[in-house]
Design a binder for this molecule. Sequence first.
Ligand code: ATP
Ligand code: MG
Length: 283
Amino acid sequence: MKTLKIAIQKSGRLNEKSVELLKNCGLNFENYKSSLISPVSNFPLEILFLRDDDIPEYVQDGIADLGIVGENVIQETEVEVSYLQKLGFGKCSLKIAVPNNNSIEDLSQLNGRSIATTYPVILDKFLKQQNITADIRTISGSVEISPGLGLADAICDLVSTGGTLKSNGLKPFADVMSSEAVLIGRKGSEDDDLIKELIQRVQSVLRAKETKYVVLNVERKNLEAILALLPGVKSPSVVPLAEGDWVAVHTVIPERDFWSRISQLKQAGAQGIVVMPIEKIIL
Ligand code: ATP
Ligand code: MG
């Protein structure tokens, strides 16, 4: 039987979440920091631990069948791969930022200025789309200190909370792209049965993450009002309780409107609300 290979980041911002996702997919493997490759004991899969910059090319060239990497890295390396699934972690934006005391107000004022970045390909495309001619200074790291050193007028760098910009006296000025971690595969890999199986496992884990399992008790007279608050759910289970007039409602609620929904349910007479995480949702 053939063995698939999936490339994930060896260490850095995406490593922990990538490992966690694969483990939640029921894959058993050792996560030794020292090894480059780790076999999965219960699925025909090997995990390759790499620098994130190398992952798109490894997948394009078929050295790995799958990879987990930020969209920003894929766009920068301009490879031909299939996007199989967005993964909901590693969220960030590539932004142009300028020093706080700078009076630049619109994009056209970047004409003739210099911008330091580790993302020259993406930045070049963006500037061309905006009809701006600027001097792109490609550097390999610590981009945020370059305006202070007089190396560039602006920077183009990844931002998540904005803390690094702030502490370097910079303010975000324009959004170039937003990014998150994605599962990629070799072109055409989505037709492979083993890969389909893995994608389904990943999707069932992601779906479960977005929802909570909720059990609550309610008096029959309030049941209708409670069910009206659960529109997204096809048919919650309603189970009679030993105490005649009471029932238990079992349902799932999307994580995103969880708190507002819970307080509405309480107001409508729900009691003893128990909220549980869901491990997987298989459709
Ligand atoms: P490697 O050693 O693997 O080359 P790296 O230093 O290039 O790692 P990390 O800093 O670990 O990369 O970031 C990996 C990815 O995490 C980025 O490419 C991006 O998609 C995502 N990310 C999320 N938030 C941020 C952030 N605030 N800054 C940088 N990257 C972020
Ligand atoms: Mg890197």
